[in-house]
Design a protein around this ligand. Structure first.
Ligand SMILES: Nc1ncnc2c1ncn2[C@@H]1O[C@H](COP(=O)(O)OP(=O)(O)OP(=O)(O)O)[C@@H](O)[C@H]1O
Ligand SMILES: [Mg+2]
Length: 388
């Protein structure tokens, strides 16, 4: 219902509506960010550049020899609006604000994607292109054509660069995207000038930073509050036994933490495989014990889950016995990974942690798991930052 209003009036009105409904607390820093997003929203109304643009091949190195701000503008078509890069500490509302902007943006071709998923997709497409074009040497222009044809506005959640294989292609890929009129909006915990900091190969990465700085406005969202922490602290995190009531409690927790009743299908990228795991939104994944521990997943999968998501909402942990020792072993590994990375857990279970696995192989080891599960329900643990 209010989507009608917000669609017509942009992210600022949508933000104000949420505040006056009481769904969000008024926050001056967020209101300021919403104003900036509103300007971008206005500049982008009906934005629909021609997908194909002349190739700026070979320019990248030369353009950024001096590392000067502004030189990247040469690569973008006349009149391309400047994008926005929202940076700030965790739980400040960056993703929430970007989502308000994305949902209201009146751009025919728009896309919102987690940055990590975007890069995985880029590598997969390069790989497919090389197979289809043996002998051809530059996959970036066709990749950029494809991405720009799909969207002229791309909203990246959790922009972050850890991987050298990403760092190596980012400069040329983004130069080519900007040349095709693509506008980027991003959320990140890291300011552009600190991306890939301290990593080998950083020097070769600096031109990418200069490019980003020339194409986006950087806004530091300095809300005083970690709203996520506040929300999860107000939530009971262990629900037993498993029944309709516990299921509804988990539904409510997912909604409270993500702002949506249902996420997008999620998958873990592990060693080149994609392992589907339930649904996800805003860094929260929801899945069941059976899906995570009832099939042949291993430490690498649980590690990927614990680093990629800040919260796991886990349905229906059963009581386990000697015949389920393999499930118990996987569950132990899962909880260790969550705990190491300060991933938060909201779960429904047949019993309290102590009574979940009393007999069977590794039952003694499970005592530590039970103790971790207890600690993970504490206000103190819930207040710790996630370690991706
Ligand atoms: N002003 C507010 N009042 C109440 N809740 C808020 C407010 N701003 C954000 N939230 C809620 O706090 C939670 C965290 O917000 P969000 O996910 O947008 O943070 P973030 O800045 O993207 O964090 P991260 O850097 O970890 O991705 C969400 O559930 C969001 O709806
Ligand atoms: Mg976020």
């Amino acid at each position: 219902m209010d989507s009608l209003i917000t669609r017509n009036e942009g992210p600022l009105a949508a933000y104000r509506a949420r505040v006056s409904e009481g769904a969000l607390r008024a926050d001056p820093a967020q209101a300021h960010a919403a104003e900036i997003l509103q300007t971008l929203w206005r500049n982008l109304r009906g934005y629909d550049p021609k997908p194909a643009a002349p190739e700026a091949k070979g320019f990248f190195g030369k353009l950024f020899g001096g590392g000067k701000r502004g030189s990247g503008d040469l690569a973008a078509p006349e009149g391309t609006p400047e994008g926005l890069y929202l940076v700030g500490a965790v739980g400040r509302g960056k993703s929430m604000l970007m989502d308000l902007f994305f949902d209201t943006a009146e751009v025919p071709r728009k896309r919102r994607i987690h940055f990590h998923a975007f890069m995985q997709e880029a590598h997969a497409r390069i790989h497919a292109w090389r197979r289809a074009n043996p002998g051809a040497d530059d996959p970036i222009p066709p990749l950029a054509d494809q991405i720009a044809a799909e969207a002229s506005l791309i909203c990246f959640d959790e922009f972050q660069v850890h991987d050298i294989t990403d760092a190596m292609i980012l400069g040329r890929l983004f130069e080519a995207l900007f040349a095709r009129g693509v506008v980027m909006v991003a959320t990140s915990n890291t300011a552009p000038q600190d991306l890939f900091k301290g990593k080998p190969g950083r020097d070769a990465f600096l031109p990418f930073i200069a490019l980003i700085q020339s194409r986006v406005e950087v806004f530091y969202l300095e809300s005083a509050q970690d709203y996520r922490r506040e929300r999860i602290r107000g939530l009971p995190t262990w629900h037993h036994p498993v029944n309709g009531r516990s299921e509804r409690a988990l539904d409510a927790a997912f909604l409270e933490l993500t702002g949506t009743p249902q996420g997008e299908p999620a998958s873990l990228q592990v060693l080149g495989r994609a392992v589907p795991v339930g649904e996800a939104a805003r860094g929260v994944v929801r899945t069941s014990f059976d899906e995570l521990c009832g099939r042949a997943l291993g430490p690498a999968d649980y590690l990927a889950l614990a680093t990629h998501f800040h919260t796991l909402v886990l349905d229906a942990i059963p009581r386990l016995g000697p015949e389920n020792f393999d499930r118990a072993r996987r569950f132990i590994t899962l909880i260790d990974a969550l705990y190491e990375h300060r991933c938060k857990l909201v779960a429904s279970a047949e019993a309290g942690p102590d009574l979940l696995y009393e007999q069977g192989e590794n039952a003694a080891m499970f005592e530590r798991t039970a103790s971790r599960l207890m600690e993970m329900q504490s206000q103190e643990y819930l207040g710790l930052p996630h370690l991706p």
